[in-house]
Design a protein around this ligand. Sequence first.
Ligand code: ZN
Length: 456
Amino acid sequence: MKYALHRSAIAAALVVALCGPCIAQSSQSAPVAAESSVLFQNVRIFDGKSGQLSGPANVLVKGRTIARISVAPIAANTDGPTTVVAGSGRTLMPGLIDNHWHAMLVRPTATEAIAGDVGYVNLVAGVEAAATLMRGFTTVRDLGGPSFGLKRAIDQGLINGPRVYPSGAMISITGGHGDFRQPYELPRALGGPLSRMELIGGSMIADSPDEVRVRVREQLLLGASQIKLTAGGGVASPHSPLDVSTFTEPELRAAVEAAENWGTYVTVHAYTPVAIQRAIAAGVKVIEHGHLMDEATARLMAEKGIWLSFQPFVDDGNIAPMAPANVQRLKQVFSGTENTIALAKKYKLRMAFGTDILFSADAASRQGGELVRMRRWYSAPELLVMATGTNAQLLQLSGPRNPYPGKLGVVEEGALADLLLVDGNPLEDLQLIENPDRNFLVIMKDGKVYKNTVPR
Ligand SMILES: [Zn+2]
């Protein structure tokens, strides 16, 4: 009897598994709910590409996408309810994209994130995700941390937050950037128990091509849209100085192969020429940071079309408390920033913008300010294009693993409707994005209005 029941349960499961298309068909006959629309009247558009404002125009968002852009008046949609927003000549622009974010690590302290209560850390991340969206960042590329659950809850509409391109656990070597273990946890028996950070999916330690393959494939199983490895030391690493290279080329290549088999790519944390060049030789497509690169490395990146995902690490006298050795490393990174920017300009590197803010709600509140910091090297239009249209091009590297197929980072017909209505012209005054509470009057993601303070 038990056996028969078991068999029928399997049969039922098989029917469900094999019959996806028939289920989809039957739901097609259900009545389609009226699509709601939002009509922006009299806006000037920064489209995420050109760096110029359009003349007065009207933009109709229908459902999740931008349906029409027209200089002539657009009639309100008759198929369903329409919200009309009087733009009064304000700027309509794409939602901002942060290409180096850690949704799970932004707000808690390092100790809370590494050793604290997992439930609490998740709730904090949920609150931060809502705040991230309210700063006008409608998409983040998450480069390490167990963000799959957060992403799911956001996508389901359970909580507010940006679109999340998750990497899952960052993958490191023993002693590398991302190995948070204490000396008393060593030695680990080969194949032995996992550390706390590994158990919660924050980072994984892998010391051979085979181990790398397992850890990469685990992240892909969980839904990673790209894979993040740490190819060199880091500022805040407890164990790895900046100059060290971590993974061997065969280890990096194992990750690239596993990611590419899944249709996506590997990005690496790397500062030094050796770490960057070895990663490129192994097939890595994106370099995070790159502040200590040299001329030969920049030339190689240009030749191979490798992306530089850059953060404006500069010494503004406002260094977070850390051990003297770590402060010294941070200053070393600062010292390379100007040179890297000069090389990126000289070789016209494909440059993406990200903040990499960690362990500070206060710093997170100045997320937009990180783009403004880049003003010393780039014009406001260049930076706004970088943080929207260009950043979205990098996201396309996820290929079939892109969790949000469609066009992001641009205002054009057919694109996904992630939009900000700005009270002023950010192409002339970039500092407007430093005060999103006051200056972003409408925040829309996926066609849904999350904020609307346009005076009626
Ligand atoms: Zn990072």
